[in-house]
Design a protein around this ligand. Sequence first.
Ligand code: UN1
Length: 517
Amino acid sequence: MQATTTSFGIEEALEQLGINKTNLGTSTGSEWFSNGEEISSVSPVDGQLIAKVSTTSKEDYEKVMASATSAFKDWRVKPAPQRGEIVRQFGEELRRLKEPLGKLVSYEMGKSYQEGLGEVQEMIDICDFAVGLSRQLHGLTMHSERPGHRMYEQYHPLGVVGIISAFNFPVAVWAWNTALAWVCGDVCVWKPSEKTPLTGVACQKIAAKVFADNDLPEGISCLINGDYKVGEMMTNDKRVPLISATGSIRMGKIVAQAVAARLGKSLLELGGNNAIIVTPDADIKMTVIGAVFGAVGTAGQRCTSTRRLIIHESIYDKVKDAVVAAYNQLRIGNPLDENNHVGPLIDKDAVKNYQNALEKVVEEGGKIIVEGGVLEGEGYESGCYVKPAIAEAENSYEIVQHETFGPVLYMMKYSGNVENALELQNGVVQGLSSAIMTNNLREAERFLSVQGSDCGIANVNIGTSGAEIGGAFGGEKETGGGRESGSDAWKIYMRRQTNTINYTTELPLAQGIKFDL
Ligand code: UN1
């Protein structure tokens, strides 16, 4: 087993990332504390313990907050383009360490090495985006209704941004938040998933080096570790004006209520139940690639993974046969081996949820058309490898309405026009990503219209996953409404101020009100 680890160069990757396996836990930058209980980072690839990481105690948390609030006072007065220069250097370090970090992501989380590298590439891309943004954090100027007055708006940094991220994108989602927050003048406290603490440690080390090389104070990048109890320290903390949380709808509802109770801001990126509509005019070859990658890529553990295929009855059998044939070609195994398409699920709880979904769909009347199952034997010792499965199911089934984080795809038919497909697609509580495969312009435009997809992401002739960083990322309904990453998502990391300046010797009131003394 150890041989697997070393043969794929994990020990070397850890060394290159400066992880020496001691004193890992809470950090304000170059300083590390490890006073809490330990959590184990176990690889789903081979079931090996990679390292132990200490959770954040209340005292450690207080040290972090003292450091972060003090660092904010310095960081916020640094001109934004200079903050951008620091983020540029951070992006350079990520370029240098792309391979070891991508490898650690793959080994700790279980996604393919290629996807691990892709995740680090998203980090690099958001850094580049943020560098440009650091010269463009602009508000509008408006015409005042009063003579001799100037009115404009400006954006100021918010303060400490709390980031709670999920195991499935253990590093990219942090970078989407942190690269923007840093150029905006905020400091960040990050709680990575307790299932992937080591990639968190690696990122913290990379960031800390850049801050230290530039003689910047501790506290601009902070790391805390642990489960929801540690998360609660932040969500209940008035010193944290914004909480950005990625994870399940269940978690998001708890976070949103805690943050709202103190009138803080939250940015939520929660579950999806993403569908591809396949119309009579679809390109079948493209549909198969989009659907299969969407459903089995990252072993179905993306919030953008394709969960439902809604296929027109006239081409149903053709699409079904092509997708089933593609599933028969899938190779499941060690994700660090580039010959494999599908790696393991994150842990045995995830395996149980996957098994439960397959049982439930049959109980509710569904029909399995590609058998699932847990793989055993050589190479599968971690117990986390499962076969991607497909079931024919109705949209109304309870299990279909629910997001199962694994490679389970539901296929269903629609008849008539695209409106019928849209009714099914929109007929779930989640609203993250959606897609239509069509060469028919009218259908595509109907899908994108006000009566079309109700999701935050709506794609034509592209699958549901694999969004680029340049667009705003997030979804509607119970997906939580937040937007991260590109476009103007930066605005949530800043506070907006409207300024009106009177350069006359009179004091005219707005709305024509007279107040003579
Ligand atoms: C997530 O699963 O939380 O669009 C993020 C995608 C990736 C990001 C997914 N760029 O699939």
